[in-house]
Ligand binder design. Structure first.
Ligand code: ADP
Ligand code: MG
Length: 277
């Protein structure tokens, strides 16, 4: 679905933000790109729809190589929708419905088809009834949902979200994540960037760890969090639950064998197993 082949990128001031990055995202996947601030997450995402052009390497979307002429960019940007970290960079129309309608109208769809898409997209993100509101009067979480609706209305194959939970309160963040799982369940391929290690194991099937512009590890959440030293060298940490098990293991001799649960539900399973022994 999305294949990134060995791309490198330096900004004009000489900062090398990406080094030989490879990524392979399959249809229906939900993938996290995990890295500290400045690791290169946003730079990588800006390559996915051709806003930035790599110095080396190629990007393939559904087997077709990304090209940078106007016509190709319009086509590719319909296939891969990016939700930026700050909704204020994305929302600009006077009302929610005009904002969500902008993409479909730009694709040349009729008023009627556009209206249908706006209604559907707002319903999917739980924002029906807000059509006439001004986006800047919405809460952070609501803005984020409208930004997601704007991308959904374009009917993309892949949705890319740059730090979708950053700046949201716990409830707002959890609502966004639930929405993303639901969209993924309905078949949408989703790529998320985050530095929140507690969220990653809950939602991702596959995780890429990025550090100083390089992908230093990829795999299932359990595979990537197994290498604690690598995680800490990337200035990340273990999920809280795993950290607790690490302390019990190393300081209190519980002997968990280094296979620490990453989530509360994994911890419960382990406790139940131990209890039934
Ligand atoms: N417009 C820019 N010009 C120069 N350097 C930049 C620019 N944007 C980002 N960088 C640098 O590129 C690196 C990666 O940044 P970024 O992709 O924004 O990281 P992240 O999204 O993971 O926080 C950082 O060292 C950052 O300072
Ligand atoms: Mg960023």
């Amino acid at each position: 679905m999305l294949k990134v082949n060995n791309i490198s990128y330096s900004y004009e001031d000489g900062t090398q933000a990406l080094k030989n990055v490879n990524l392979n995202v399959k249809k229906g996947d939900i993938v996290s790109l995990l890295g500290e601030n400045g690791a290169g997450k946003s730079t990588l995402f800006l390559h996915f729809n051709g806003i930035l052009k790599p110095d080396n390497g190629e990007i393939f979307i559904e087997g077709e190589q990304l090209k940078y002429d106007k016509k190709s960019l319009i086509k590719f940007r319909q296939k891969i929708g990016i939700v930026f970290q700050n909704p204020d960079d994305q929302l600009f129309a006077p009302t929610v419905e005009e904002d969500v309608a902008f993409g479909p109208l730009n694709l040349g769809l009729s008023q009627e088809e556009t209206q249908n898409r706006v209604t559907d997209a707002l319903k999917k993100v739980g924002m029906s009834g807000y059509e006439r509101k001004a986006p800047h009067h919405l809460s952070g979480g609501q803005k984020k949902r409208v930004a997601i609706a704007g991308i959904l209305a374009m009917d993309p194959q892949i949705m890319v979200l740059d730090e979708p939970t950053s700046g949201l309160d716990p409830k707002g963040a959890s609502n966004i994540l639930k929405l993303l799982y639901r969209l993924n369940d309905e078949g949408m391929t989703i790529i998320i960037s985050t530095h929140d290690v507690d969220l990653v194991p809950i939602h991702s099937k596959k995780v890429y760890i990025i550090s100083s512009g390089e992908i230093i590890k990829s795999g299932t959440p359990n595979e990537v969090f197994e290498d604690i030293e690598l995680i800490r060298n990337a200035n990340l940490r273990l999920p809280r639950v795993a950290h607790l098990f690490e302390i019990l293991d190393k300081k209190d001799n519980f002997n968990f064998d280094g296979n620490y649960p990453l989530t509360i539900s994994e911890a419960r399973k382990l406790f139940n197993k131990l209890q039934n022994k």
